[in-house]
Structure formats: structure tokens, C-alpha cells
Design a protein. Structure first.
Length: 165
């Protein structure tokens, strides 16, 4: 009988722990990018309350996770915010993207989450006025702000502005 390990376990019906923790940078630098039990619980929470509902709502399996969990060491190394919810401490965050070969676009992910799901923060990350390069979404057990922002570069600096449809 083959025994499963923590790394191959699913955190939701469509997300494996491997997918949620994979990082080329962590592998290259020898960083152990594994969550503790509390972080894993927060990751499961966003997986069930955002990702799975998004996939069901849009009826599309081409949505993939570009970035999910980052341990503190990895987050620091890549220049992530010190309080990034990608570290799954006070909630959790994931960056979502779609395969360009499908009929689905990132703006549809953004709008579906914004209009139909509970979330703490959703970011239209870069891209154009018509479509973001990817969608960042975070979720907390309690106190979700439903804050929608647009992220862009202005004069070489990253700027966060309230999203206006």
C-alpha cells in the first residue's frame, strides 16, 4: 500500500499541496516552502471559499494558480510585502491566471470574484484597461474588506488605486 505524504495531499478538490507551494525560486535557492498547520488551514480556506467556487461558477477548468503560498524566507527573497497574505498568516492569497488558449479571460475571473464571492482584497494586476496580466485575491476567516484595487506602474513605481469599473 502506497502511503501519501503531506506534499501530495490535496488542500481542496482541485488543488494539491504541491501546486500551492511550488516555486522555482525556492527550489533554486534550497528554501523549504512548506506551510505550518495554521498556514495550511488558511490555504484550505481560500481554496474552498474562492478557488473552488470560482471554478464552479465559471464552469471552466483552465484557471490555474500562478502563485499561492510563500514562506517568510521566500517572500523576503522575492521582495514581497512584509505582511503579504501569500504567507497565509492572517488569511491567504493566490494569484490566478487563465490559459490563453481558452475562451476565458482574466477580467472575467476578476469580475466574477468581485461580484459573486466573499474576499478580503482583489487586485487587477497590471495588464491593460481590458484585461489584467493576472488576478490576485486574498481571503480571511473573518473581516473580509471586499477591497478591489487596480495595480499599475506610474513613473516607474507600483501604484495601487481603487478599482472603478
Amino acid at each position: 500500500m502506497r502511503q501519501s505524504n503531506k506534499y501530495s495531499n490535496k488542500i481542496s478538490s482541485n488543488i494539491t499541496l504541491y501546486e500551492a507551494t511550488k516555486s522555482i525560486t525556492a527550489n533554486r535557492k534550497g528554501i523549504n516552502n512548506m506551510p505550518n498547520d495554521e498556514q495550511l488551514g488558511n490555504m484550505k480556506m481560500i481554496a474552498e471559499n474562492v478557488f473552488e467556487l470560482l471554478r464552479r461558477g465559471l464552469g471552466d477548468n483552465s484557471i490555474y494558480i500562478a502563485s499561492f503560498f510563500r514562506c517568510e524566507e521566500l517572500n523576503t527573497l522575492i521582495g514581497g510585502a512584509s505582511g503579504s497574505q501569500h504567507m497565509a498568516i492572517s488569511g491567504a492569497a493566490m494569484d490566478l491566471d487563465v490559459d490563453n488558449s481558452t475562451h476565458l479571460y482574466n477580467y472575467q475571473l476578476f469580475n466574477y470574484i468581485k461580484d459573486h464571492l466573499d474576499y478580503d482584497q482583489i487586485l487587477w494586476e497590471f495588464g491593460t484597461d481590458l484585461n489584467p496580466d493576472w488576478v490576485h485575491v486574498s481571503y480571511k476567516k473573518e473581516g473580509n474588506r471586499k477591497e478591489a484595487l487596480r495595480v499599475s506602474k506610474k513613473n516607474g513605481k507600483t501604484v495601487y488605486e481603487k478599482y472603478i469599473a
